[in-house]
Design a protein around this ligand. Sequence first.
Ligand SMILES: Cc1cc2nc3c(=O)[nH]c(=O)nc-3n(C[C@H](O)[C@H](O)[C@H](O)COP(=O)(O)OP(=O)(O)OC[C@H]3O[C@@H](n4cnc5c(N)ncnc54)[C@H](O)[C@@H]3O)c2cc1C
Length: 449
Amino acid sequence: MKLFNSEELRSTISGEVYTKEDKEYTKLKRVKNLIFDPQPVAIVNCQSEADVVQTIRYCRANEWPFTIKSTGHSASGFSSGDEKVVIDIAALNQVVVEETSKRVRVGGGANWFNVAQALTPYDLAITSGDMGGVGVGGNAQGSGMGFFVRKFGITADRICGARLINADGEVVIVSKDKHPDLLWAIRGGAGNFGVVTEFIFEAHEGGTVLAGNLYYAFDQKTIQELADYLYHAPEELNGTLSFTTFPFTDKMPEKNKNQLVIELMICFKGRQINCTEILKDLQNFKGYLFDEVKPTSYADLFPPIDPSGSTLIFNLYTSNISNSLLNELTKELRESGDPRLIAQVKVLGGNFGKVENGAMAYSHRDSRYLVILRKGFAAAEEALAANEKWKKKWGLLKGFSEGIDINFLGITQVDELNQMYKPANLKKLKQLKQKYDPTNCFSGTLNIQ
Ligand SMILES: Cc1cc2nc3c(=O)[nH]c(=O)nc-3n(C[C@H](O)[C@H](O)[C@H](O)COP(=O)(O)OP(=O)(O)OC[C@H]3O[C@@H](n4cnc5c(N)ncnc54)[C@H](O)[C@@H]3O)c2cc1C
């Protein structure tokens, strides 16, 4: 490894290079999960695709390991690392709508707020993660699970092309005709194959949806019945069940305040008449308290919220919300009622489940539910101290797992590639990694080797 020469790199790019000597370094090196305090050798603020090309070439020539950062939301801290060069692509956030084809070109550093703002005037949308501040780059290449998953699939389903900078610093056009194997790989293969400077997505109908939360008193049977109802419901209905003592409402009746409740977040995209029927059904479940479901525009689903904090998380796919899974999942919640702890069940099925597992790297079509457990901590030290306990918890929950989602990956799960991909998909991913990145330059992610 040669000395890192920021002047030499700076002279070849239009962006800035920040190293430990620069006052901006401390702020720029941060990732959203504050349990990580990375000490990269430099942060390269790329302003263009050409900057990405030059930075990769510089790193390769000087044997510097590098990693890619779009918005830095990876809970596993993938977008930075000690003694690495961070290729920061947040400035590549353009969104260009091709109205007739409904294709949308999105910069690899954009977030979902950027996308929703740009698509709204065209009444278009792209199914994605639920949070405006989250980056398209990592989200789309993991899964992209959110408000429209049962109707329009995951974000990876909507990728129909990309511009990618490969390990040699070359621009590669990816589409179903050009490098179709790379198209297959980036749809679920995380950032293992190059820097995507631009995605091409197939957008779908946007406009107004009916969205919001319904609340129920906590009861395991109600959870199971709701989960089953949502799974079998028309694909227009999407739902995530959360179990929490800290719901997103200020209307909770006095007797339920600070109690464990079920918060069902729905998003309905379809005919009003069907929705009215469905709402009536949902209001008839045992323990129903009240709801805040209302017409909402696609853009309003994605406020520019950009949270950071010290977080522990893990996830699993399952098809059975059994009593024993729920007992294990909600044990601490029932015992301590800790408002920083939240368990979630995202309900799948519908059009999401109609895609073949081999159609792309992403591998979890046959599971009915994605279960997530996450806890925020006041400080990084507290989170790290709790990690041993979390490892044990994951050990207990693993028996229920049919697989793991890359986007909600906890630090205790990062080595479990066999859980992230079906065997045939993992085999193909490893072959493609050998073909396109044999020296494993793109290792600063969930690493496929
Ligand atoms: C508050 C919060 C809410 C979330 N909600 C959802 C949700 O509803 N649904 C869901 O599916 N996920 C959700 N996630 C998870 C999120 O999708 C993943 O953490 C994702 O990796 C974040 O993408 P990013 O680009 O911001 O990541 P970063 O941390 O910037 O990058 C992570 C890794 O992704 C890769 N990467 C990023 N951009 C590119 C690119 N352009 N080219 C190549 N590789 C790239 C790199 O390997 C990088 O190291 C949420 C996360 C948080 C923190």
